[in-house]
Design a protein around this ligand. Structure first.
Ligand SMILES: [Zn+2]
Length: 99
């Protein structure tokens, strides 16, 4: 799945309602936990990254009619990428924030 970061999403999207961070939001709905003191493979760059360096990033699908916003866990560097990486990871819809 090709994705792109939504630029400026930190300005337009406050923290999720029921979670301390968008990463925790993703963990809840994806049913996975990125333990902060363990290393995880970033789904965008493939690097082994410490869990505490992941962010819940706002992304959109590329080449899709689906324009919804999703959260995916990416490393801090990939959170600021402007290209369109391929990721193999669960996308959690930002709309779940209103449940
Ligand atoms: Zn990365």
């Amino acid at each position: 799945m090709k994705i792109k970061n939504i630029t400026g999403s930190s300005k337009v999207s406050a923290k999720p309602k029921h979670f301390a961070s968008w990463l925790q939001f993703w963990e809840h709905f994806a049913g996975q936990t990125l333990t902060r003191d363990k290393y995880w493979i970033c789904p965008a760059c493939g690097e082994s990254i410490l869990g505490s360096n992941f962010d819940g990033c706002h992304v959109q699908k590329v080449d899709s009619t689906d324009q919804k916003w999703y959260i995916v866990p990416l490393c801090d560097a990939c959170n600021h990428r402007t290209d369109e990486p391929n990721v193999n990871v669960t996308l959690v819809s930002v709309a779940d924030n209103n449940k």
